[in-house]
Design a protein around this ligand. Structure first.
Ligand code: PMP
Length: 352
């Protein structure tokens, strides 16, 4: 701790992401990245942009990309905000809609960035315990003082909440903002985006990091009523009017248009998810019903931490959370079939 640190910095508890090991021999199933490369059209668009336009500032309003995303969802560009990964969009949303003294609610088992932002921005919060089966206790999110945020599907549990339940939560918080963090929605049944024309207090946040294979490019976006979007834009312009660089904008425009490509890789991942779930059940794992590109599992007699370490010794990296209530669970990202076969082989070695 330095004497030069402000009270804000002292309050910060930095988020620690999954390990990033750059060893080519590692099978990396720990940070929910997409195992497939992005669409070739994305790579081409980035090349063209890099060759021609890097001497020029990017558009501060990112109109074309916002229009493309809006068209994809049948909305207007005034309903779309874009940022540097959904982590940044989330940070701006916390600043724009949540505050001290009016506690927001999110699940106790959820994306670990939420409490980090609350501490950083001095926002009050209450963590809501999940049901025993890890589903969301819907009514516990009614009538909040400050608003609601949760991922759907939830992370790291992978469980999806039906749209009707989301409607109830939104309707029971008429004067607060309800944020649905849909990082993994393309691997699930239905997005809440269809509700934003009906409810002016609903903000949906999505990312191109997962289903669009663009974690390295950092593109996230929010969809909501134009008043909410204007609030986010005010926050952004107070920091940096150019949050997305030219390469990210060019890549994102190509990605949002190449629907066929991402739908086919998504189908492949869902297929692999169903196959690996069946295989792991045969090996004594309990697996929560996943609608994401990862599974959340525990073994009937092996400790999660031991399995994590034994896999790491064999160059397979998965995620273990040292957190009460989930410390005997493991989160495994769905990789290619080949990677998952290797993962199963290593598991068989360990369980033998
Ligand atoms: N929300 C959730 C629930 C996540 O798991 C992640 C990925 N770690 C993010 C948001 C952030 O994704 P990105 O910043 O890459 O868009």
């Amino acid at each position: 701790m330095s004497k030069f640190w402000s009270e804000t910095v002292k309050r910060c508890v930095p988020y620690v992401p999954g390990e990033q090991l750059n060893d080519a021999n590692i099978v990396k199933l720990n940070t929910n990245e997409n195992p497939y490369p992005p669409s070739p059209k994305v790579v081409e668009a980035i090349k063209v942009e890099a060759e021609r336009k890097l001497n020029l500032y990017p558009s501060p309003t990112v109109d074309q990309l916002r229009t493309d995303i809006a068209e994809y969802y049948g909305l207007s560009k005034d309903n779309i905000f874009v940022g540097n990964g959904s982590d940044e969009v989330l940070a701006f949303s916390f600043l724009a809609f949540f505050e001290a003294g009016k506690p927001i609610r999110f699940p106790a088992v959820s994306y670990s960035f939420y409490p980090v932002y609350c501490k950083l921005f001095n926002i009050s919060y209450e963590e809501v315990k999940l049901n025993r089966d890890f589903t969301l206790p819907v009514e516990a999110f009614f009538q909040t003082d400050g608003g609601v945020i949760f991922p759907n599907p939830n992370a790291p549990t992978s469980i999806y909440l039906e749209i009707d339940a989301i409607k109830e939560i939104v309707e029971n918080n008429p004067d607060q903002v309800v944020i649905i963090d849909e990082a993994y929605i393309d691997f699930a049944s239905e997005s809440a985006v269809s509700l934003i024309n009906t409810y002016n207090n609903l903000l949906v946040i999505q990312t191109m990091s997962k289903s669009r294979s663009l974690a390295g490019l950092r593109i996230g976006f929010a969809l909501g009523n134009s008043d909410l979007i204007e609030g986010l834009t005010r926050i952004k312009d107070s920091f940096n009017s150019y949050t997305l660089d030219r390469l990210a904008i060019a890549g994102a425009e190509a990605a949002i248009k190449d629907t066929n490509y991402y739908k086919s890789t998504t189908r492949e991942i869902i297929h692999t998810r169903e196959w690996i779930t069946a295989e792991m059940k045969k090996r004594g794992f309990h697996i929560l019903p996943s609608q994401a590109n990862f599974i959340f599992v525990s073994h009937y007699n092996k400790q999660a931490e031991e399995l994590y370490a034994a896999l790491k010794d064999r160059n397979v990296l998965i995620r273990h959370f040292n957190k009460p209530g989930i410390d005997n669970y493991l989160r495994v990202t769905i990789g290619t079939n080949k990677n998952m076969e290797l993962f199963l082989n290593k598991l068989d070695e360990i369980l033998a």
